[in-house]
Design a protein around this ligand. Structure first.
Ligand SMILES: [Zn+2]
Ligand SMILES: [Zn+2]
Length: 252
């Protein structure tokens, strides 16, 4: 299995997961033009994408999703709640899934799972090709024992490290926004992400990527340090997917 991140953060998110003949895009939070440009960075043709899976309606995850799906005639999957509010526009092939569902698309088995986040019916996804399991977890205000069970034993984990607690609370955000970000339906901090790692089985973990970092309230070094301390591994082993540069194809 391979994955690449076209960009990660509050200005836009899109991640590619592929195995065998199947290539999926999770979220499309960039304009169509920007998504096309970023696909060329990683050498992926838009026509090679078999489906788009949207996590929730926030624009950093679905800004270009409807238009991209329309332009390239790609099926778009989302929960009913997300579809109801996401403004995808008229889509020939909009497919609904439950926040918790298993699904087979080509060579990949997909598991959606619900997350606590301030959206209508948000979910995140994990993928398996029968040998390898990759999970994405971003845009969650907290973690649950259910999420721990689902993500335990995965081979690759793309994990939100949105903010450093002190940088957020000492920073310039208005109080209301600080409370939203740090709240139960906001975003995972470095410490929450590290704590989550400490509570799941990481014995098979071969790739760990810090995702969705706040440009104001976090640094790559703080996020990677927190995750590496939780695993007892070298900080350099923990990868990071940036807002501007994303992350090139990685093999799991
Ligand atoms: Zn987001
Ligand atoms: Zn969100």
């Amino acid at each position: 299995m391979q994955f690449a991140v076209l960009g990660s953060g509050s200005k836009g998110n899109a991640t590619l997961v592929r195995s065998g003949k199947t290539c999926l895009m999770v979220d499309c939070g960039f304009s169509v033009k920007e998504t096309e440009a970023r696909l060329t960075w990683v050498g992926c043709e838009a026509q090679a994408i078999d489906a788009i899976l949207v996590t929730h309606e926030h624009s950093d995850h679905c800004k270009g999703a409807g238009a991209f799906a329309r332009k390239y005639n790609i099926p778009l999957w989302s929960t009913r709640g997300t579809a109801a509010v996401a403004r995808f526009g008229e889509l020939a092939d909009l497919r609904k899934l439950d926040a918790e569902q298993t699904l087979a698309l080509g060579d990949l088995a997909i598991q959606s799972y619900p997350v606590p986040h301030d959206a209508r019916e948000p979910c995140q996804y994990s993928f398996s090709d029968g040998k390898t399991r990759l999970a994405i977890l971003t845009d969650a205000g907290c973690t649950t024992t259910h999420m721990e069970q689902l993500l335990s034993g995965c081979d690759a984990l793309l994990l939100e490290c949105n903010h450093d607690h002190d940088m957020l609370w000492d920073g310039n955000y208005p109080d209301k926004l600080k409370q939203r970000v740090a709240g139960q339906f906001g975003h995972l901090s470095n410490a929450q992400a590290a704590d989550f790692l400490g509570r799941i089985d990481t014995s098979k973990l071969r790739r760990l990527v810090a995702m969705h970092l706040s440009e104001q309230n976090n640094t790559q070094a703080l996020a990677r340090l927190a995750l590496s301390e939780a695993l007892g591994c070298d900080m350099d082993w923990v990868q990071h997917a940036g807002q501007d540069e994303g992350l090139a194809w990685q093999t799991v």
